[in-house]
Design a protein around this ligand. Structure first.
Ligand code: HEC
Length: 283
């Protein structure tokens, strides 16, 4: 599968969204997207199917989310979403209807692939292809995963499908590489930003912390301390990378990744803010 990367938007000067639910779709992403996709069955029915059932029945939708029943024989029982709270569920309801509008249900050929996606975000230190030995594999909610190289302190690639098959790795002598269970959508040739001290030094990994099951990586490059959080876009069509930097250095977005991050639509000037988001979308 050869897919083309489009840099649809390069959003500067956006505060990093750290609080939950401050972007449309964020609540859905965190609470529901592990099991529900827009136009095809995942673990639960698609948003197209859900808006068909509850499009005119917000109360019924709320009742189901607070206390789900058992309807479909071929899948698990949905856990109650009462902890999400009514205001957020109402926001999610609105998001579901707008995300499903104009879409039609797509068949899923192999349901086991869909069930494989019933996953919480996962973070695994493992030997990965095309990365230094200090690779970290991350399964995002939905069907995207990525490899972060803690040796070189950068995103290496993003793939779509299942997570990793680590069996060879554990069966073998510990040197075998994990196999990706999916297709690579994007490979990054080099770190996309430059700036900081002119004497470039070896990047230094400072560790990661977890936020809503998703890792936030911290690392030092050329004297600039970065933190980076990679999340899927709510509709699963790409990723966004939220960067926060320490210090007052202006950064430059490179035409990185073999031209993948081409033509930042907001022009060429240096990035003057300490928190900004790069959005990558695949068609
Ligand atoms: C762990 C997986 C999982 C999560 C997380 C999850 N669901 Fe579900 N959902 C399911 C499954 C499975 C079904 C189908 C259950 C059945 O038919 O018995 C379902 C069905 C539904 C339905 C259809 C009910 C009907 O009457 O047919 C709605 C609406 C729904 N989910 C909303 C949500 C919302 C909103 C969230 C997030 C706040 C959410 N779900 C999170 C698994 C999940």
């Amino acid at each position: 599968m050869k897919l083309k990367l489009l840099l649809l938007s390069f959003l500067l000067a956006l505060p990093a969204h750290s609080a939950r639910g401050d972007t449309p779709g964020q609540n859905f992403l965190i609470q529901c997207s592990a099991c529900h996709a827009v136009d095809h069955k995942l673990v639960g029915p698609s948003l197209v199917e859900i808006s068909g059932i509850y499009g005119k029945d917000p109360d019924g939708f709320l009742r189901w989310c607070m206390k789900p029943g058992k309807k479909r024989p071929d899948t698990i029982e949905m856990p109650s979403m009462a902890h999400v709270g009514e205001p957020a569920l109402k926001e999610i309801y609105g998001y579901i209807l707008s995300a499903a509008a104009g879409k039609t249900e797509q068949a899923v050929a192999d349901n086991s692939a869909a069930l494989e996606n019933n996953r919480r975000p996962r973070v695994q230190r493992i030997f990965m292809p095309d990365a230094s030995p200090a690779a970290i594999a991350v399964a995002l909610p939905g069907d995207l995963s990525f490899c972060f190289d803690a040796g070189d302190c950068r995103l290496r690639y993003v793939w779509k499908g299942g997570f990793i098959d680590a069996l060879d790795h554990y069966k073998g002598n510990g040197n075998a590489l994990a196999k990706l269970k999916g297709d690579v959508l994007y490979r990054e040739g080099e770190f996309p930003l430059s700036g900081g001290s002119t004497v470039s030094s070896t990047p230094k990994f400072l560790g990661y912390s977890m936020s809503e099951g998703i890792p936030i990586f911290r690392y030092l490059r050329d004297g600039v301390e970065y933190s980076e959080k990679i999340t899927p876009l709510p509709d699963g069509s790409g990723i966004q990378r939220e960067f926060t930097t320490k210090g007052s250095t202006a950064l430059i977005l490179k035409p990185a990744g073999k031209g993948a991050v081409a033509a930042a639509s907001t022009g060429e000037g240096p990035i003057q803010t300490n928190s900004f988001t790069l959005t990558y979308r695949w068609k």
